[in-house]
Design a protein. Structure first.
Length: 417
């Protein structure tokens, strides 16, 4: 049989993942979406589960925008008018008026000179970091950064790579000192804004102060790049993410800010905003921009609508409701004796700290009609096994209480004091 020895090797590797309890396994297939109303949020049907309805507590759609009529209508109308795909990469003939407008609106929303979109935030991070990290660059990265940052650093060929302890400013300072001492021409500090596995966030103001303090020591400056894919649209009173939440203003804001269109904004795609000249350079050098299609014109039109909602009174109302639901859930968890990492971000982890128990709790929730995601090693460090609940503005108080009731009836539930 062709590939027989390879198939045997891969089978053994999959079996090993299964034995370690870290196999992602069969995917659930959503077969129907039933939009929510005033009393309850959206419900979902799954293949193989008959008429059972499920509530999602594991979606990044923090504002519930993906089902908003204004957003779906914009996507629909644009697809009819412009077709379903871009048909080429941007510099060949794949740039549409919706792409350009979206880039301008993203730049205006984040108060930056320019914006540039990619097919995803993952592609954005690869596209941004690889060309900016050259052989004379020291890249300095938080140890819990997202996989896209880790792989961008692997793909780039920096002079030196420094990993600092999670959110540890003293360690970041010592890495900047080491890079300056070693004579690196450029330093690039990179961090997630919100860390999606835990819902905590980078101390941006302090990171920026350190970077500016060390700037003179590097001929090509210290560039700070923040991937706030989970922050924009979910964090800060107006949804401008970690830089708003940490009150960074003017030069205290990161030089390049990466975001996604596929989480709070409810569509698909990624983007970076920053100085016009850097983005012009990236349009010439970013591999995932030059050699890969952009999002469709219809997706861009939908994202323009989603951004308009976010940047309006309705956006603020949704964000306030999101915070209220997050607080309700956190309070309930504490009352039930569960360990969580409290904070204003809608990612609310329940720290289980055991792989088998995490699997059992996910299964118990599923039996109760709730979709939640267990995080196990190697996605999180051993001992940090947890369930990542994600609250959405689509959830109503009754939905939060339903989930808390399911958690209350889990046989392995911790004893409250
Ligand atoms: C920090 C960070 N960057 C990038 C991504 C990927 O986003 P996208 O799905 O738009 O590629 C994620 C999503 O999990 C993320 O948490």
């Amino acid at each position: 049989m062709p590939c027989d020895r390879l198939l045997a090797t891969l089978t053994a590797e999959l079996e090993e993942l299964a034995a370690r309890g870290t196999l992602k396994g069969k995917e659930q297939v959503i077969t129907k979406v039933i939009p929510g109303h005033d009393e309850i949020g959206s419900r979902y049907r799954l293949a193989g589960e008959g008429d059972r309805l499920f509530m999602r507590m594991n979606a990044n759609n923090y504002l519930g925008l993906s089902l908003r009529p204004e957003v779906t209508a914009a996507e629909d109308e644009t697809a009819w008018a412009f077709g379903t795909g871009p048909g080429a990469v941007r510099f060949i003939s794949g740039t549409y008026v919706q792409h350009v407008e979206l880039e301008e609106r993203l730049a205006a929303f984040h108060e930056r000179q320019a914006g540039m979109i990619f097919s995803s935030a993952y592609a954005t991070t690869l596209g941004v970091l690889v060309p900016l990290i050259d052989g004379e660059t020291a890249v300095i990265s938080d140890e819990l950064n997202h996989n896209c940052i880790i792989n961008a650093m692997r793909l780039a060929r920096p002079q030196a790579k420094h990993i600092y302890r999670h959110n540890d400013l003293a360690d970041l300072k010592s890495k900047l000192e080491a890079a300056a001492g070693a004579g690196s021409r450029r330093a690039l500090v990179v961090s997630d804004g919100v860390f999606s596995m835990r819902g905590d966030f980078a101390p941006l103001k302090e990171i920026m102060r350190l970077a500016r303090r060390y700037d003179e020591r590097f001929p090509d400056n210290v560039l700070v790049v923040i991937d706030d894919s989970h922050g924009v649209g979910a964090f800060g009173t107006s949804g401008r993410g970690t830089e708003e939440h940490t009150r960074c203003r003017g030069d205290e804001r990161p030089d390049l800010l990466i975001g996604t269109l596929g989480k709070a904004l409810g569509v698909n795609g990624g983007y970076v905003v920053g100085p016009e000249l850097i983005l012009r350079y990236l349009r010439e050098t970013a591999i995932t921009y030059i050699y890969s299609n952009p999002i469709t014109p219809a997706e861009a039109a939908a994202a323009i609508q989603a951004l308009a909602i976010l940047d309006s009174g309705e956006g603020k109302r949704l964000l306030a409701h999101l915070r209220a639901m997050t607080r309700r859930f956190e309070r309930g968890l504490v009352e039930l004796g569960y360990e969580t990492i409290p904070g204003p971000h809608p990612v609310t982890p329940v720290m289980v700290r055991d792989t088998a128990k995490t699997i059992a709790l996910v299964d118990h929730l599923f039996q109760n009609g709730i979709l939640a995601t267990g995080l196990k090693y190697p996605v999180v460090p051993r001992g940090d096994e947890s369930i990542r609940f994600q609250i959405s503005a689509d959830h109503k108080a009754a939905d939060i209480d339903l989930c808390l009731e399911a958690l209350a009836s889990f046989p392995g539930r911790p004893k409250a004091d």
